[in-house]
Design a protein around this ligand. Structure first.
Ligand code: ADP
Ligand code: MG
Length: 555
């Protein structure tokens, strides 16, 4: 044909397809969840676009998704009357992966199918999961409002695809999966229905299949088609909450925890928020994070975690649905909307409340959380002064007491173990756990059996600088100034120190002269037990670890 064009996939796509086809083999059925999720997104986006341009509805106002199968042709077809795609959009969205960090992600894959399956689950398989069950995929689509001209994309998933112009009167997208040999189990109505109910029961758009049964005719909706978050808590089972999480996050695993809460009063809104078990693949990327979908009265508006959650809670996934925001709100207006500010600050409080309860009642679960996201939550101490009092008790640290790198001690644990006469929370910062633990500065603390927090992550230095004290007890670096342990000294120790200072005055003076410009002062210390000397900074100077950090970042 004249208008047919052959194009190559972006290299990453070919690579991803190759790995995916093999690694999610045990979880094949999720292709249907992914394709239905795309269909539902496409309808959501059309509903939103229609607010500005009602003509887009054409003569087709009943939004629906259809799933059909054909035993003879060995095909499954998923179609929607959503927004559709233009030719350029097909090339952009179906032939390339736009996610930042894709290359790094692919490099991180191990070749171990089970591990990779989990990683790919977190990455989000999306449209390409079609190739897990199909050896050829045909996609016919027409953009809403774009006359009748449609485009057909077709590929066997091996490096290239074809594009051609077609006639497509009906708006939206139709995806035809030509099943691989051996995948005929999916050509059964009951099988497809049960997959749809399992993964997509809670989506708000009806999914139709050909009616089945003795005197069946026409088609029937197979899902409940009521948005899960709009139901009351008592109507939603644990299982449904978990499936919904997997649906919105594309995670293979269950969430660690969730909260579902409806606010009534000045503003009405509902939130359903999840804490994942695993870190998403792009947790540390600086890109705008997705993960929280904003709806207004069940119409999808946008996905933007940054506006709805502070950065230190960027791992939260979920849905927020407001009854009061105007439907036609733009991204720009959203930036300065007071209602959004109040929703956001409430959402943060709820999440921190969930974590506080977890820390108190489900210690092990909280440990899992902390190991995965503790480093991110710590950023909250600097980022969110208004919630500092709630955040501080959630912090966990490694200390000289626990003897391992795991961060498990809370500041309250620490305070409960403070020695008689101890009036500070002592910490040391270093570049690694090993360096912190081996520091000669700890000698006297070990000798006196005083616990010291071992801080070794870059965020820690800023954290202690900001926090300064906890429950009116000052945090004190062991590397700073004259540490006054005299309250913990007995009389004999005091005398000894005084004697030594007198005795060694000459030496002190000589050292000071020799080191000249390089030190401010040389003094006798009770800090050390086995090392001969150590360097400390003045009380008001910048912490040495922070100094190194600043230097490294060009300050
Ligand atoms: P994601 O859904 O996470 O963006 P996918 O791989 O599932 O990733 O889909 C890639 C993109 O292809 C979508 O973002 C969307 O732009 C486009 N797309 C996929 N399916 C459809 C569809 N049924 N209708 C319109 N656009 C679609
Ligand atoms: Mg998708």
């Amino acid at each position: 044909e004249t208008n047919q064009e052959v194009l190559g996939f972006q290299a990453e796509v070919t690579q991803l397809l190759d790995i995916m086809i093999h690694s999610i083999y045990s979880n094949k059925e999720i292709f249907l969840r992914e394709l239905i999720s795309n269909a539902s997104d496409a309808i959501d986006r059309l509903r939103f676009a229609m607010l500005a341009d009602p003509a887009l509805v054409e003569n087709d106002p009943d939004f629906k998704i259809r799933v059909n199968y054909d035993k003879d042709q060995r095909t499954i077809t998923i179609s929607d009357n959503g927004i559709g795609m233009s030719r350029a959009e097909v090339i952009e969205h179906i032939g390339t992966i736009a996610k930042s960090g894709t290359r790094e992600f692919l490099q991180s894959l191990t070749g171990d199918q089970q591990k990779d399956a989990r990683l790919i689950g977190q990455f989000g398989v999306g449209f390409y999961s079609a190739f897990v069950v199909a050896d050829k995929v045909t996609l016919n689509t027409r953009r809403a409002g774009a006359a009748e001209q449609g485009v057909r994309w077709e590929s066997e998933g091996k490096g290239q695809y074809t594009l051609e112009t077609i006639d497509k009167p009906a708006r939206g997208t139709e995806i035809i999966l030509h099943l691989r040999e051996g995948e005929d189990e999916f050509l059964e109505g009951y099988r497809l229905r049960s997959i749809i109910r399992k993964y997509s029961d809670h989506i708000s758009i009806p999914i139709y299949m050909p009616a089945e049964g003795k005197d069946a005719s026409g088609e029937e909706a197979v899902n409940r088609a009521s948005a899960l978050w709009t139901r009351s808590k008592s109507e939603v089972s644990e299982e449904e909450y978990k499936e919904f999480y997997k649906y919105i996050s594309h995670d293979f695993d269950e969430p660690l925890a969730y909260l579902h809460s409806r606010m009534e009063g000045t503003h009405e809104y509902t939130m359903l928020l999840y804490i994942p078990k695993h870190a998403p693949f792009d947790l540390w990327s600086m890109e705008r994070q997705k993960g929280i979908k904003l709806y207004v009265r069940r119409v999808y508006i946008l996905e933007d975690t940054e506006r709805l959650m502070p950065r230190y809670l960027r791992f939260i996934r979920g849905v927020i649905d407001s009854s009061d925001l105007p439907l036609n709100i733009s991204r720009e207006l959203l930036q300065q909307n007071r209602m959004i500010d109040s929703i956001r600050s409430n959402a943060v409080k709820k999440v921190l409340g969930l974590l506080t309860d977890m820390a108190a009642q489900e210690k092990e679960k909280y440990e899992t959380f902390w190991q995965t996201f503790g480093r991110v939550l710590k950023e909250g101490i600097t980022e969110d002064a208004s919630n500092r009092e709630t955040l501080a008790p959630l912090l966990r640290f490694a200390t000289t007491r626990t003897g391992n790198e795991e961060q498990s001690v809370s500041l309250d644990d620490y305070i409960a173990r403070m020695k008689q006469g101890q009036d500070k929370i002592y910490y040391i910062t270093a570049e690694s756990y090993a360096a912190a633990k081996a520091s000669p500065l700890l000698e006297v603390f070990n000798k006196k059996d005083i616990e010291v927090l071992l801080l070794y992550e870059p965020v820690d230095t800023l954290l202690v600088t900001e926090l300064q004290n906890y429950k009116d007890i000052a945090l004190q670096s062991v590397a700073k100034g004259t540490i006054d342990l005299s309250q913990l000294e007995d009389e004999k120790e005091k005398e000894e120190r005084q004697e030594k200072t007198n005795e060694l005055q000459d030496l002190l003076n000589r050292l000071k002269d020799t080191l000249n410009e390089q030190v401010r002062e040389v003094r006798i210390t009770t800090r050390l037990t086995t090392s001969p000397a150590c360097l400390v900074v003045d009380e008001n100077d910048i912490d040495p670890t922070l100094q190194r950090l600043l230097k490294a970042s060009g300050h």
